[in-house]
Design a protein around this ligand. Structure first.
Ligand code: URA
Length: 246
């Protein structure tokens, strides 16, 4: 038996907090009875649970890590007919969705799940889960320019939190640099916008880690299931108290 709001959140209905609102608002029924008391428990395998009259899905929880190729979108469908991540997940019968986004042009580590609560936990800005990217940028940024990214830089949606930034490679012949950058937020096109803000636009972007999970040698376009330990470590990291970042 689990608390109803937890079952609903895990089924991907909404965050646990929003599911509580749905319960209090009388939208949730268990075996045909409206339940408005928070903390009511139910058994997702036995009870028929509906939200606004629609039964919730009670699928096995699936957690995947994929190496998303460039030129693939993370949405469930694309009106322009471009490739979508589910094209790469034909063997997975559960309906999984990405934990956060990766741009069409960004490659690398993408988590996918049908566990709404897990996805909300890892993407909620207050949990500051670190994500590391390898960014190849135009020109070779000066140390003082990278310091701006380390301290936090003003974007059109506000200051970024401090990032960890390190030179990885400098190609003077091509006039490019590869820089690793770890951010603790997940704003839209954040890394690209941060480098644009110091006038070194990104040429290539690859996510290589999410929390402590590394992409390692997972081949482009392939995926694997996370181990139970990997799932638990990600949850633990998201829930762990962190120093406040601004
Ligand atoms: N930052 C970006 O600019 N793009 C991504 O896909 C992820 C982070």
């Amino acid at each position: 038996m689990e608390r109803l709001q937890k079952i609903l959140a895990q089924a991907g209905i909404a965050s646990r907090r929003k599911c509580e609102d749905l319960i209090v608002a009388g939208k949730v029924e268990v075996n045909g009875e409206v339940v408005t008391t928070l903390g009511t428990k139910a058994d997702p395998d036995q009870d028929i649970i509906t939200v606004s009259g629609r039964p919730i899905r009670n699928e096995k929880k699936v957690y995947l890590v994929m190496n998303k190729p460039k030129g693939v979108i993370t949405s469930a469908s694309d009106p322009e007919g471009r490739k979508i991540v589910s094209d790469y997940l034909r063997d997975i019968k559960e309906r999984v969705y990405p934990v956060g986004r990766l741009d069409y042009d960004t490659e690398g580590l993408l988590l996918l799940t049908n566990d709404g609560e897990f996805a909300n936990l890892l993407t909620h800005p207050k949990h500051h889960v670190p994500k590391t990217y390898m960014a190849t940028v135009k020109g070779v940024p000066h140390g003082t320019e990278l310091d701006k990214l380390k301290q936090g830089i003003m974007l059109d949606d506000g200051m970024t939190a401090p990032a960890d930034v390190e030179y990885k490679d400098i190609d003077t012949a091509k006039n490019e640099a590869t820089i690793s950058i770890t951010i603790h937020e997940g704003r839209n096109r954040q890394v690209r916008r941060m480098f644009e803000a110091i006038s070194h636009p990104v040429i290539k972007l690859k996510r290589i880690s999410f929390g402590e999970l590394l992409l390692q040698n997972l081949k482009r376009g392939l995926f694997r299931h996370l181990t139970k330990n990997e799932v638990e470590d990600l949850i633990k990291l998201a829930k762990s108290p962190k120093l406040p970042r601004k």
